[in-house]
Write a protein that binds this ligand. Structure first.
Ligand SMILES: [Zn+2]
Length: 281
């Protein structure tokens, strides 16, 4: 096989009818002298020649603009994905903006709590494998929910997570039970059991009926048995939970969850008339 010599190639002018060009010396205000190629097709000028450096800069600017537009689109997609994940996780509206960064750890205890929460996130693979969780206890408004929500947000959207108050969860499961729906209470319980991470707030607030206690017991027992990490939020110390969920379950929670006290005073600012109605006239 012989190589095609240049002279064998068809001149471009015979491929595109009427294509002609000539070169001339030009001067760019920015880049100095250059050789411009002025191109005609069928007697009509289609390119006036251009400074190669200007052309290159123009192409780079265009590429940068396209990359920025794509980055904006990706960021918007990511924001929507996160917003949907937050919605699925039922993060209360008040807490959607909260994160580790906005947590004020102004006491050694809160510093310890923040550090524990961050370690839970960085050690998520281990927590998931062993079914290890956390037990935050203390007065309302001391930062338990803030940290629990921050943990969920840090793990989203890679995990299925849910934040729920115990009374809401029981209410939901009971509604499925009474309701003539496709879903049985067993399915409703499984919905809470099969989440990668469940945050159960207000554990121990109200004992509820025997039936409600059984449902709560079922969810917690199944999650512990199946090694699913749970973060419990309560105003009660683990030992004070015995009358609510029984000593056996309390023992198992203690065996699976790192307990963290929140003994500080509430960070919640008392609501004033100005907050609600604006300045007085
Ligand atoms: Zn130029």
């Amino acid at each position: 096989m012989t190589m095609k010599r240049n002279s064998d190639l068809q001149p471009i002018g015979s491929v595109i009818a009427g294509l002609k060009w000539h070169d001339e010396d030009r001067f760019c205000q920015l880049h100095g002298s250059y050789r411009a190629r002025i191109v005609y097709v069928a007697g009509k000028k289609v390119s006036d020649g251009f400074c190669p450096k200007c052309y290159q800069l123009q192409q780079e600017a265009l590429a940068a603009e396209q990359a920025a537009a794509k980055a904006r689109l990706d960021a918007e997609k990511e924001r929507k994905r996160m917003e949907e994940a937050l919605g699925r996780a039922c993060i209360p509206a008040d807490f959607r903006g909260k994160s580790f960064d906005s947590f004020i750890a102004d006491t050694p205890e809160l510093e310890q709590a923040l550090s524990l929460a961050k370690r839970f996130v960085s050690g998520w693979d281990k927590a998931r494998e062993g079914g290890y969780g956390l037990y935050f206890y203390g007065n309302p408004g001391t930062g338990k929910s803030h940290l629990a929500v921050s943990i969920i947000k840090a793990l989203l959207p890679g995990v299925s997570a849910l934040y729920t108050r115990v009374p809401d969860m029981i209410g939901y499961i009971r509604a499925m039970w009474h309701h003539d729906s496709q879903m049985s209470s067993y399915d409703a319980v499984r919905r809470y059991v099969e989440l990668d991470l469940l945050v159960l707030d207000e554990l121990g607030v109200q004992a509820g009926s025997a039936n409600e206690q059984t449902l709560l017991f079922e969810v917690i027992d199944a999650r512990l048995s199946e090694n699913r990490p749970t973060i419990f939020l309560s105003n009660l110390k683990p030992t004070d939970l015995v009358p609510v969920i029984g000593d056996r379950l309390v023992d198992r929670i203690k065996g699976k969850c790192v307990a963290q006290p929140f003994t500080g005073v509430s960070h919640r600012k008392p609501l004033t008339a100005e907050d609600v109605f604006g300045e007085a006239a």
